[in-house]
Design a protein. Structure first.
Length: 495
């Protein structure tokens, strides 16, 4: 299977080459030239398997230049060794009224671990497969969770360095501590004055600067990405949609062929896009419900067909969704329109004017699969309290957005198909906001007192990786302007 750019061009790369390169030369995102299809028997065969084996089988459909043994080795190293705290890796919690796909049982307590424990293994294998001799410098822009997960995944991986940019003051205290205490000889963490979109735009500009790329190549360094613009980051996420469906079959909540809806708290669109790929492959997915916070640019787009980032930016209690430029939407536009020229035009308009509008027939086609809604701060807090009061379950703030939007969608549409709420982070990562929603006084209490207080209420213990932050040393204190990011990258590359 070959990979091409969403914006056209002559590139036809293997998956290993696409993973190493990260972003296409013309700024587009790599996508499969054609999407694989699977039969119902493929899905049924996943039912008795452990998550690792499910992953190998799904990955084989896309990473055709990797051998089965290579994929199995990558998956074992990613998910084994006690890194995850449950046998199923991504368990589907079966509540009385909800099915919750918990994706946060990895080392950093966020769904990004599902992909960012595997991406370094895929990339390291790709280096060997392609005979690449240069070091690979991974650049990451993060709104909170991606940064720590990428740092942990790439820590001390041979032939790699990783540099993470995050918005100064734009992540939770726990997220900040996770990143700034990161250990490893090949890591760097730098705050950017601005919001996530400033950091993400800065990283994209560095990737698009060909002269800078040549400058780095001269010192034996190539750039790549661990953001979901990298196909190697997105493809592992497809696995857990198949795994959740298999879990529902095991539990008897569905029978083979029943369509299942998924509600996904969404910022950069990668997580929900993985569900779209699963549906295209043949997984019986009904609707994919895109759940946004107050930065509801995606809800507006999926409702009106106009994408407009020219709006107020809000810092919320769901910081991983505080995003106005959703990069992975570009992939969906390519698959739905089939036109690289149209995609290139929309992305050019977005960069130059901050807005674009797609044709009505294309919007109608997208709406056949995607629905959308959003929740403000009060609704998010109310959903946390409702989940605890009715189910004894404590969701994090992002999961609470999906919980609320899922319920609103079902009430408004009358859609009675089974719904899976995709849970993207442990409540412990956002303990202050969660406790406040549950009526607790949080003022004057430090993060670790709040962790203990939440643990007293929660059936899941405090994740070890979060509890250990109390005694860790802060190692990264750099801060830069967006215009200085390239200079900071060059300095790190020279180390």
């Amino acid at each position: 299977m070959k990979y091409i750019s969403t914006r056209g061009g002559a590139e036809h790369l293997t998956s290993a080459e696409a993973i190493l390169q990260g972003l296409s030369e013309n700024g587009g995102l790599f996508v499969p030239e054609e999407l694989p299809k699977v039969a119902p028997s493929f899905i049924e065969a996943l039912v008795p398997l452990a998550y690792e084996e499910r992953a190998v089988r799904v990955l084989q459909a896309f990473l055709t230049d990797y051998s089965e043994d290579e994929l199995r080795g990558c998956v074992t190293r990613a998910y084994g060794g006690g890194k995850f705290d449950t046998e199923r890796r991504a368990p589907t919690k079966l509540l009385q009224t909800h099915n919750v796909l918990e994706l946060w049982h990895g080392p950093t307590s966020a769904f990004k671990d599902m992909a960012l424990q595997l991406l370094p293994q895929l990339l390291s294998t790709a280096l060997a497969k392609t005979g690449e001799q240069d070091d690979v410098l991974i650049l990451v822009a993060t709104s909170g969770d991606t940064g720590k997960a990428a740092l942990e995944g790439f820590r001390d991986v041979p032939q790699t360095k990783i540099m993470v940019f995050y918005p100064e003051g734009g992540v939770s205290r726990i997220q900040h501590l996770q990143m700034t205490t990161q250990e490893g000889g090949n890591v760097n963490v730098t705050a950017v004055r601005g919001n996530f979109d400033d950091a993400q735009t800065g990283v994209k500009r560095i990737f698009g600067d060909k002269a800078f790329g040549k400058e780095l190549a001269a010192v034996g360094v190539k750039l790549s990405s661990a953001n979901s613009i990298n196909w190697g980051r997105l493809v592992p996420q497809i696995v857990y949609y198949f795994s959740a469906y298999a879990d529902l079959l095991v539990a008897g909540r569905i029978t083979m062929g029943d369509a299942v809806n998924f509600c996904v708290p969404t910022g950069n669109f990668g997580d929900i896009l993985a569900g779209f790929y699963a549906k295209c492959m043949g997984l019986p997915v009904g609707r994919l419900v895109c759940a946004s916070n107050k930065n509801n640019v995606l809800t507006d787009f999926l409702t009106t067909g106009t994408y407009n980032r020219n709006r107020a930016f809000y810092q919320t209690i769901t910081p991983s969704m505080d995003i106005l430029i959703s990069s992975n939407l570009e992939r969906l536009l390519y698959h739905m329109s089939g036109s690289t020229a149209a995609v290139a035009g929309w992305m050019k308009a977005l960069a130059e004017t901050g807005t674009y509008t797609i044709p009505g027939d294309l919007l109608a086609k997208i709406q056949e699969t995607f629905a959308a809604g959003w929740a403000d701060e009060d609704a998010t807090k109310a959903a946390i309290k409702e989940a605890y009061d009715t189910e004894g379950y404590i969701p994090d703030t992002h999961t609470a957005v999906a919980w609320q939007v899922a319920e609103a969608y079902q009430k408004e549409t009358g859609d009675t198909r089974p719904m899976v709420v995709v849970s993207t982070a442990s409540p412990y990562k956002f303990n202050g906001s969660v406790l406040a929603a549950l009526g607790h006084e949080t003022a004057g209490k430090d993060e670790f007192a709040l962790l203990d207080e939440l643990a007293f209420m929660n059936s899941d213990p405090t994740p070890a990786g979060l509890a250990s932050l109390k005694t860790k040393t802060v190692r990264h204190q750099d801060v830069c302007e967006r215009e200085e990011m390239r200079a900071f990258v060059r300095a790190f590359a020279d180390k």
